[in-house]
Ligand binder design. Structure first.
Ligand code: PLP
Length: 382
């Protein structure tokens, strides 16, 4: 079986994890700060806070930005449910913005229309969670203009996009994003088994994220509210969680970051191979935003209609090729329907979700295995 995505583990990764097992620290030790520094250096971010998943990072990001009951958080339907659930954990109301039919990222024209309508009824969003779908950065120049005009905060869900660039800047260090979130789940670009990270240029947001990942506890003497009583002293200043990453995971993540450029290069080369081999087939291939370089977490194609997608999915699955659908629209999940969302509200996301398939793409995918996928696609579309 060729999966749609999987990890790439080296001898160095194994050695890094084993070294932690033989050390004094299994969690909250030196590997965590090493991982944070490696990612911050790589993307050019000022602060990095590692946690046990991107889902936790998104939850912390919302909480650090003050999202709570009565807040409004907007995101897109074409994402993993975690991009919306983070707002619900905080008791906020979720709204959606449609995607555009080329990038499958947020449609900035739809965002502008919805913001204008929301202002008229005094219901502007407090936070937008943008999603760099498949590794492709959103149109952040347009989002920055709208952010300035309407005053929302931005959480960039870059779970797919570590290593992507926009106008020469690495994702994770875009000034428009108050907080950027990465995922290190095994199907993503680099992995720590489970893991996530928040990146920010704001020291107070970083401090809040550090507190919230560990029960709301503050140990930094400069940030205590009462006199420091000594080395044992700490303050629980707010209600946080145990969202800590282990040193085992962080050591794996730090070891993987050393190979990120090779991972990205391989993904981009395989994507280009798909582009060339599928060019004459009746399907829509991924589009490149001018000035951007995708991290190619996914290689999503769009087929003619839902029937053709079902046929191709079944043919490829029978051939042992693990194609997947990214994503079922979040607003159509039963949980969100129960909150009042319905089919027809975000037509482009729904059009896309009925027709898309993600083809296998990961650093260890061999050209021979990719050729099997290409041959099966050609056969299925004959
Ligand atoms: C994978 C993913 C997440 C969640 O990541 P975890 O690390 O598994 O919690 C969130 N958002 C998007 C867009 C993702 O793809």
């Amino acid at each position: 079986m060729i999966p749609y995505g999987r990890q790439s583990i080296s001898h160095e990764d194994l050695a890094a994890v084993e070294a932690v097992l033989r050390s004094d620290w299994l969690t909250q030790g030196p590997a965590v700060s090493r991982f944070e520094a490696a990612v911050a250096d790589y993307v050019g971010a000022r602060h990095a806070v590692a946690v046990n998943s991107a889902t936790s990072a998104l939850h912390i990001a919302c909480a650090a930005l003050g999202v709570g009951p009565g807040s409004r958080v907007w995101t897109v339907p074409n994402t993993f449910v975690a991009s919306a659930n983070c707002a619900r954990y905080c008791g906020a109301e979720v709204g959606f913005v449609d995607i555009d039919a080329r990038s499958y990222c947020i449609d900035v024209a739809d965002l502008a229309r919805r913001l204008q309508a929301a202002r008229a009824v005094d219901a502007l969003p407090d936070v937008l969670v943008s999603v760099d779908f498949a590794g492709q950065p959103c149109d952040y120049a347009a989002i920055a203009d709208l952010k300035r005009e309407y005053g929302f905060r931005l959480i960039e869900d870059a779970s797919h996009a570590i290593g992507a660039t926009l106008a020469g800047a690495r994702i994770g260090a875009l000034p428009v994003a108050d907080i950027t979130v990465f995922s290190f789940h095994p199907v993503k670009i680099v992995t720590s088994a489970e893991g996530g990270m928040l990146l920010t240029a704001d020291a107070d947001l970083a401090a809040a994220a550090r507190r919230l990942r560990s029960h709301g506890i503050e140990r930094d003497p400069a940030r205590l509210t009462q006199p420091d009583q000594g080395g044992w002293y700490y303050e629980q200043q707010e209600l946080g969680w145990n969202y800590r990453i282990t040193d085992l995971q962080a050591a794996l993540g730090a070891s993987q970051i050393a190979r990120i450029d090779a991972f990205l290069e391989r993904r981009r080369a395989l994507a280009q191979r798909y582009d060339e081999a599928l060019a004459d087939l009746p399907l829509q291939r991924p589009w490149q935003r001018p000035g951007a370089l995708s991290a190619y977490h996914l290689y999503p194609i769009v087929l003619r209609d839902a029937d053709q997608r079902r046929q191709v999915y079944e043919r490829l699955r029978e051939a042992g090729i693990g194609v997947q659908v990214h994503y079922l629209p979040v607003h159509l999940q039963p949980y969100y329907r129960a909150l009042g969302f319905a089919p027809g509200q975000f037509p482009v996301a729904e059009w896309y979700a009925e027709r898309t398939l993600s083809l296998p793409l990961y650093a260890d995918l061999t050209e021979a295995a990719q050729d099997c996928v290409i041959a099966a696609m050609r056969e299925a579309l004959k």
